[in-house]
Design a protein around this ligand. Structure first.
Ligand code: DAT
Length: 169
């Protein structure tokens, strides 16, 4: 039900990713920005009025950095990334009424609004993550209010600390 090129914008991925990078020292990569800068597109979706991501070129572009490690990747989809790239996957979840307001503030038109909210209702991205990665590394996090952001960051920082400890002998 969720067309390519759409997803759940507005849930707070960029806000969380950047803040986490600055507090953890990990590197932050926004796949949408990377694609725009490198024009990593493969055609244009007329119906949804957005370029279609060239997934193979995105993967090629990221491969070197990803094998070095220590990277936070921000994107609304995850099924085309190699499974070996990630040790943990977070799917942010925002209540529909709150998400609707955030997307309205971004100036989305009615069709784009409806499609994106639909996508959230059907939990498409969470299912995509569960189908692409081991269930135990996929975590859903609430992203409605500023306290959620703070809780999520603290929780992930703790996880990073443990991971580093476990892998440093
Ligand atoms: P995304 O990168 O998923 O598109 P964003 O990080 O740009 O989303 O955030 C969209 C808007 O929502 C932005 O104005 C910041 C706000 N926001 C993000 N996380 C939030 C939270 N936990 N509580 C309240 N507002 C939040």
């Amino acid at each position: 039900p969720c067309p390519r090129g759409l997803g759940t914008p507005g849930v707070g991925k960029t806000t969380l990713g950047k803040e986490l990078a600055s507090r953890s020292g990990l590197k932050y990569i926004n796949v949408g920005d990377l694609a725009r800068e490198g024009q990593l597109y493969d055609g244009y979706d007329e119906e949804y009025d957005c370029p279609i991501l060239d997934e193979d070129r995105v993967v090629d572009e990221l491969e070197n950095q990803m094998s070095e490690g220590g990277v936070i990747v921000d994107y609304h989809g995850c099924d085309f990334f190699p499974e070996r790239w990630f040790h943990i996957v977070f799917v942010l979840k925002t209540d529909n009424s709150i998400l609707y307001k955030r997307l309205e503030n971004r100036g989305y038109n009615e069709k784009k609004l409806k499609d994106n909210i639909q996508c959230e209702i059907f939990q498409v991205l969470h299912e995509e993550a569960l189908a692409s990665y081991k269930e135990e590394i996929v975590h859903q996090l609430p992203s409605n209010k500023p306290e959620d952001l703070e809780d999520n960051i603290n929780q992930i920082l703790k996880w990073i600390e443990h991971w580093v400890k476990d892998h440093s002998s």
